[in-house]
Design a protein around this ligand. Structure first.
Ligand SMILES: *Cc1c(COP(=O)(O)O)cnc(C)c1O
Length: 457
């Protein structure tokens, strides 16, 4: 193309100022601000320019305006929003894991807009211990002497290792050197803590004698044994790992610390539901010195991590310089304390995660059939089916939880897109070319909003 033709072509492209004056973009500019909108406009013009040169025709100015608007909408759409979880995965990592209880939400609402006595002893009018109630409740529920709360379980493990084993060695089974979603890799976390890993056993079989041999081979150099719940990784067949109490006995006899990375944080026995999830209490009673777990997995609270165990060791962890960097924020702390109050009061079903897990499948079925009936009354063909939901949350990803769902056939990808992108967004599950809307994970107050959205497909 001759230079003059090029110039002629590019002259048709809108300028940034003119573009941003388009009435269609006024609303987006109010929400995103001038600087961001200018950047989006420049990017859209640059794209239009490239296309014009490639194709020999300049896009209409309206098309460039539409492109800026689409980019602005996409950016605004990235804000985290409340969504309806119809996937059947109770602890969905991409959806923020555990929903909070009504009491926790109230506590948050009451605290968030004002000041909160997070580190003040109101009785004495002096500085108080941060998280003292949450920690007392966690210690009591787990049967441990003491507890510490931090930002999440990854932080709990990092901090425990740093406080106990920095500059020393830590023994880990080759069968437990796992990666848990979101790039939490046991060997890498261990390395970051300043400890050095000593590997024992094989991928599938590790015995207490393997740990004992490592202790013999590195006299005085080993500070801890690390036991990791493999979480979203299962081994079957010819496998072996030592019972926790045997490992704890070895650690105590050899004067090293047994740290258990439990992940899930179940305070309730889930075996009646057929779920094979170790409880926090079991780790403590088996003799682990420090047990680390998430507060937003099976405990059902906000994002957070807990370290429970022997008082002297928990205190050592509390005083580690990293503790300040990894501490729990004010708002999750308030929500965690409200969640722990349910456990202290023995009100298991007040915790939404526990309620969802324990809801009898017949109740879920009745709810879903009620939905189907209401949809049919509005002329929407809906059938229902049993399905296997999942506990999720990185600890029980494969464990099925019997559930019930609405089932839709047709262009399921298009339907799922419609559901995801409306208000409120609905996240269904697609399986074998059909679209499922699970009745177990939809929150009790979301029926009406869900049905309104489903009428759109
Ligand atoms: C989930 C998990 C973690 C990470 O927990 P976060 O609270 O997400 O940081 C660490 N260890 C184990 C064994 C887990 O299952």
């Amino acid at each position: 193309m001759a230079d003059s033709d090029k110039q002629q072509l590019l002259r048709h492209l809108p300028k940034v100022d003119a573009l941003l004056r388009a009435p269609e973009l006024v609303a987006a500019q109010q929400r995103l601000g001038q600087k961001t909108m200018t950047r989006l406009a420049r990017e859209a013009i640059a794209r239009a320019r490239r296309r014009a040169l490639e194709e020999g025709v300049a896009p209409e100015p309206e098309a460039v305006v539409a492109a800026v608007q689409a980019a602005a909408d996409a950016l605004l759409g990235q804000r985290a929003r409340r969504v309806i979880n119809a996937t059947g995965v109770i602890l969905h990592t991409n959806l923020g894991r555990a929903p909070l209880s009504a009491a926790a939400v109230q506590a948050l609402a009451a605290s968030a807009g004002g000041y909160t006595s997070v580190e003040l002893d109101l009785e004495r009018g002096r500085r108080g211990a941060r998280g003292a109630f949450a920690e007392a409740a966690l210690a009591q529920m787990s049967g441990a002497e003491d507890a510490l709360v931090v930002n999440n379980c990854a932080a709990a493990v990092l901090l425990a290792l740093s406080a106990v084993a920095r500059g020393k060695k830590v023994v880990v089974s080759r069968g437990e050197q796992v990666e848990i979603g979101g790039s939490f890799r046991v060997p890498e976390v261990l390395d970051r803590s300043g400890a050095e890993m000593v590997e024992v056993g094989t991928t599938n079989r590790t015995r207490t004698a393997d740990y004992a041999r490592a202790l013999d081979q590195h006299p005085g150099e080993i500070a801890a044994l690390l036991r990791v719940h493999p979480s979203n990784f299962r081994q079957i067949g010819f496998t072996e790992r030592p019972p926790l109490d045997e490992l704890a006995a070895l650690a105590r006899a050899r004067d090293v610390v047994l740290i258990q990375d439990l992940g899930g944080g179940a305070l309730v026995d889930l075996s009646p539901l057929g779920l094979d999830e170790p409880m926090v209490q079991t780790g403590v009673s088996a003799g682990a010195h420090l047990v680390c777990f998430s507060c937003d997995k099976l405990l059902g609270g906000p994002q957070g991590g807990a370290i429970v165990g022997d008082h002297a060791l928990v205190n050592r962890v509390r005083r580690d310089p990293l503790a300040r960097a990894l501490r729990l924020g004010r708002l999750p702390l308030v929500a965690l304390e409200a969640t722990m109050a349910h456990y202290l009061e023995g009100d298991r079903d007040a915790v939404p995660t526990m309620f969802a897990l324990h809801r009898p499948v017949a109740e879920v079925q009745a709810r879903v059939e009620g939905w189907a009936e209401q949809l049919r009354a509005h002329g929407v063909a809906a059938t229902t089916a049993e399905m296997a939901g999942r506990a999720g949350g990185g600890t029980l990803p494969e464990s099925p939880v019997p559930s019930y769902a609405l089932v839709f056939d047709g262009d399921v990808e298009a339907m799922a897109h419609t559901l995801r992108t409306g208000t409120p967004p609905v996240l269904p599950r697609i399986h074998d070319g059909r679209l499922y809307v699970d009745g177990r994970t939809v929150m009790p107050d979301e029926d009406e909003a869900l049905l309104k959205r489903l009428r759109e497909i």
